[in-house]
Design a protein around this ligand. Structure first.
Ligand code: 6R9
Length: 657
């Protein structure tokens, strides 16, 4: 933390950027913040009227009668897909490119707003024909494709709530989500392509459904991506191209309440079970639109590229909904940043003339490393002059990576929006406004207008700038999580804990504000959630997976800092058959890694696996994770170990494989 607190390089938005910006300068930013302070409901009500098409206008902005179950614009009727597609076509943008899709192998396909509307309507009609109706849940298990976006938009069009599961999750993770959300259909692809390799999707869906409790799933719709050989179950499975073939290109949208659940997206929390984060339609869409305008300063002429996957919230807000709702042209990419070489991002920016580029620090760090080993793929060899704005998301961006991104990708000309937010927040919470906020590398700077972010102590009291604490949001905002699907209790306990007074939204991150600037710096999660390459992983989730292995008696999982992935997963394991050594230990470690890969997904595989006869525990039997964290880092244990029942165990665990 220290170097960050002393970071004093300041980068001001370039003058010509400020001139045309949506928020041109700090005065304009402060004015919006003051408007929200003065009349909170008036502020949001005005923006919701100006930015969304309402079939029936709302009469009440915010209902706070049952906190923390807040309702926004509830009696207003709207539709997310209508706002993204029809509204833009009515504005005369039917022939405008909506999506430039680049496949793994470099093939480019484009879709205009009119094409997209036609395809969404056909798909929506096909879903309706299968009996899928408003309020039903549909699982989408696909990789990056126009079809994936069409599937999400088609669900939105008929009021079905989608739940996208990242294509890297295992059959078991997929099945758990299908069961929890009570899905009636699954939309998938035969296979996905990543880095020149075909990877399975449909057979994993089959495996998931065979795990049981999935009787509600009546239809599996399969997009033919690779043409790979896959089994189809008669009466249940159908090809996407067949079901849409004879459908009409017009489809009356389902006009839903602004509070209607647009999607449920599962994310890791501090228990073993992932939480289904439920989002609304109106409030969510409003914030996707406003953040496109404010944070990304989006203009009709922009070519916007967010490199996220639709399996994560970033892909929802800044691929499927935000960019289309504001009518820009966006790039959608199927592949990986390192194939066919680590110059792929730079090559694509140049080829498609991207103006705004939004990616994750972990990708930047790996491309810095690649470019230091191979000059030919350094960004300086590509024409990146089309860029005017950069963005970062998913984890803190370290000042070194920030500087490299700023100088070598942005040509010291493009502001960087370091956007702090979460699956639960629906959109950006804290970020520089690119035409206003002076930037300091490593700080996400200031909250967006209307977002009442603050730092408090463990009792919920404000702490002065300069002292660290717990990041909270003091007032509800339109795109906030509405509940955890099927678990309202957990929603209240996780996000509005009694200890903080019950009204503050607890983000789960620690933060500190600079004494002079008031800028926020996020110091990392304060719960048992790890951030590996920008992906959230619950330590408990991995622990319960490990102990489910027949060889394992007990396991504890902690994170340790990693130069490339931000954090790395370290598992401390006690085997039923005693502590293995040498080759035997290596073999079992590999076996356990693969087990986690198979049970949860490859992103959850522990980097380190260490074995002990036991784990360090207090006399009351609590695993002392803080000691494990120290050991995982390879540091000497200097803390008090007097409460430890079995201090000798520490030496054993220190021995790495
Ligand atoms: C959008 C997204 C959320 C967690 C969040 C925090 C970390 C995200 C960050 C950041 C520092 C940033 N995080 N953006 N930390 N600076 N700009 O990533 O959602 O997958 O739910 O993760 O990611 O720890 O709490 P999600």
């Amino acid at each position: 933390m220290e170097p960050l607190m002393h970071e004093n390089r300041v980068f001001h938005p370039p003058e010509d950027f400020v001139k045309g910006a949506a928020i041109p300068g700090m005065e304009a930013y402060n004015k919006l913040c003051a408007e929200a302070e003065k009349d909170y409901e008036g502020f949001w009500g005005r923006l919701a009227k100006e930015n969304i098409y309402w079939k029936k206008p709302f009469t009440k902005v915010l209902d706070e009668s049952k906190p923390p179950f807040y309702k926004w614009f509830e009696d207003g009727l709207t539709n997310a897909s209508y706002n993204c597609l029809d509204v833009n076509i009515q504005k005369g943008n039917g022939a405008k490119k909506a999506i430039i899709f680049e496949a793994d192998d470099g093939t480019v396909t484009e879709a205009t707003y009119q094409d997209l509307l036609d395809r969404v309507c056909k798909m929506a009609n096909a879903l309706r024909k299968m009996g899928i109706k408003s309020g039903d849940r549909v699982i989408i298990y696909m990789s990056m494709s126009i079809e994936g976006i069409v599937a999400m938009q088609a669900c939105a069009r008929i009021g079905a709530t989608h739940s996208v599961v990242f294509g890297g999750f295992s059959a078991k993770s997929l099945q758990e989500r299908i069961v929890d959300v009570g899905a009636v259909a699954v939309i998938t692809a035969d296979e996905q392509l990543r880095g020149g390799k075909a990877l399975p999707l449909k057979v994993i869906v089959d495996e998931a459904l065979a795990l049981g409790e999935c009787e509600k799933v009546k239809n599996v719709i399969v997009y033919k991506r690779t043409g790979g050989n896959i089994p189809m179950t008669a009466g249940r499975d159908s090809w996407m191209h067949d079901v849409v073939a004879n459908e009409s290109t017009s489809c009356e949208p389902e006009w839903v309440s602004a509070e209607h659940p647009l999607f449920v997206l599962y994310t890791s929390g501090s228990t073993g079970k992932p939480k289904g984060v439920q989002h609304s339609t109106g409030g969510y869409l409003l914030w996707a639109i406003l953040t496109m305008k404010w944070t990304f300063d989006i203009k009709p002429s922009d070519i916007f590229w967010c490199t996220a996957d639709i399996g994560w919230v970033t892909g929802h807000s800044y691929i499927t909904y935000g960019p289309l709702a504001v009518g820009c042209t966006e790039i959608v990419f199927e592949g990986v940043p390192t194939y066919p070489n680590a110059g792929r991002f730079w090559d694509m920016i140049a080829k498609h003339q991207a103006t705004i580029f939004y990616t994750a620090p972990t990708a930047i760090r790996s491309l810095i490393k690649a470019a230091s080993g191979d000059e030919s793929i350094h960004p300086k060899n590509y024409d990146l002059s089309s860029l005017r704005l950069l963005g970062s998301v998913g984890e803190p961006i370290n000042p070194e990576a920030w500087m490299w991104y700023y100088e070598h990708v942005g040509g010291s000309r493009c502001p960087i929006a370091d956007t702090f937010w979460q699956t639960e927040t629906g959109g950006h919470m804290i970020s520089p406004m690119p035409g206003a906020t002076p930037m300091i590398p490593g700080s996400c700077t200031l909250p967006l207008p209307g977002i009442m972010a603050a730092i408090v102590d463990e009792a919920g009291h404000d702490v002065p700038n300069g002292s660290g604490g717990i990041l909270v949001v003091k007032r509800p905002w339109p795109s906030m999580i509405r509940t955890i699907w099927n678990d309202a209790d957990r929603f209240v306990k996780s996000y509005f804990p009694e200890e903080l007074g019950g009204t503050l939204y607890l983000a789960g991150d620690g933060a500190i504000r600079n004494k002079d600037t008031g800028y926020f710096t996020i110091t990392g999660r304060i719960d048992d959630v790890l951030n590996v390459s920008g992906h959230r992983m619950g330590t408990m989730e991995i622990e319960s997976c490990l102990v489910a292995n027949p060889l394992v008696a007990e396991a504890a999982v902690v994170g340790r800092p990693d130069d490339m992935t931000g954090e790395a997963i370290c598992a401390f394991v006690v085997l039923k058959g005693g502590r293995p050594t040498g080759d035997e230990a290596k073999k079992i470690a590999t076996e356990l890694r693969n087990w986690v890969g198979k049970e949860i997904g490859p992103i959850a595989k522990p980097k380190d696996v260490r074995f002990g006869d036991n784990l360090p525990k207090t006399r009351s039997g609590k695993i002392m994770r803080r000691l494990l964290r120290v050991i995982a880092k390879g540091e000497e244990v200097t803390q008090d170990t007097s409460t430890l029942e079995n201090p000798a165990i520490l030496d054993q665990l220190k021995q790495s494989l």
